[in-house]
Design a protein around this ligand. Structure first.
Ligand code: SF4
Length: 208
């Protein structure tokens, strides 16, 4: 994909949404967080619940200064950069500006593009059809694998062998398959207590 210069340098990003809510998933579940959703993703998960994010051209190129200025709530402590796949773009400048505001920066990534930016927490969510680059296994704080069927458990185990020892391990049922797959996940976690269950609690709470 040929990107305009401003995009390549991370001076502008296709911002899809910016909103303050409660993190619904993984280790930081329940934490008040300001979400920046950056458009653009070619990983193509069939169950993706933000398919509107895939085409970056649908989302207005926004200067990073303007993106950061949206975080005007003095209570915000944590910013989650998500997508789409936010690492489709250089996030150095965005992260520098967020750090100047003394914010904790969390990243949600599939790990399919080179790392840029600086993060206090990296959640790696590997996808079979487009596996992560090796570099992400060294830097992930949290491995969150979406489980749609039993085969995905083997994929989760394969990924867990590659992360560092202190990386936290989560299995998260794919929302539309939860009733069918939950018992398999629970049984696995009971046998393998180094893993934990992650739920999309924001969907139960009916919040963004
Ligand atoms: Fe959707 Fe994330 Fe998969 Fe991209 S990586 S298709 S945004 S679930």
């Amino acid at each position: 994909m040929i990107q305009p210069k401003e995009l390549q340098q991370g001076k502008q990003l296709p911002l899809m949404e910016a909103f303050y809510t409660v993190q619904g998933e993984g280790f930081h579940t329940g934490k008040a967080s300001f979400f920046l959703r950056i458009g653009g993703c070619d990983v193509g998960c069939s169950w993706c619940d933000v398919k509107e994010s895939w085409n970056p051209n649908l989302h207005e190129l926004t200067a990073v200064e303007e993106i950061v200025s949206k975080i005007d709530n003095a209570k915000v402590n944590t910013v989650v950069i998500t997508g789409g796949e936010p690492l489709n773009y250089n996030l150095d400048l965005l992260c520098n500006l967020l750090k100047k505001k003394n914010l904790q920066i969390h990243l949600e990534t599939s790990g399919t593009c080179d790392i840029s930016g600086q993060f206090d927490w990296i959640c790696l969510s590997p996808k079979k059809q487009h596996p992560p680059l090796k570099q992400f296994y060294k830097i992930a704080d949290e491995l969150k694998v979406i489980i749609q069927n039993e085969d995905d458990i083997a994929w989760a185990v394969e990924n867990a062998k590659k992360v560092e020892k202190d990386c936290l391990l989560y299995l998260q049922p794919e929302w539309s398959r939860m009733d069918k797959i939950m018992q398999t996940i629970v049984d696995f976690v009971l046998d393998n207590p180094e893993w934990k269950v992650s739920l999309q609690t924001h969907k139960f709470m009916k919040i963004p």
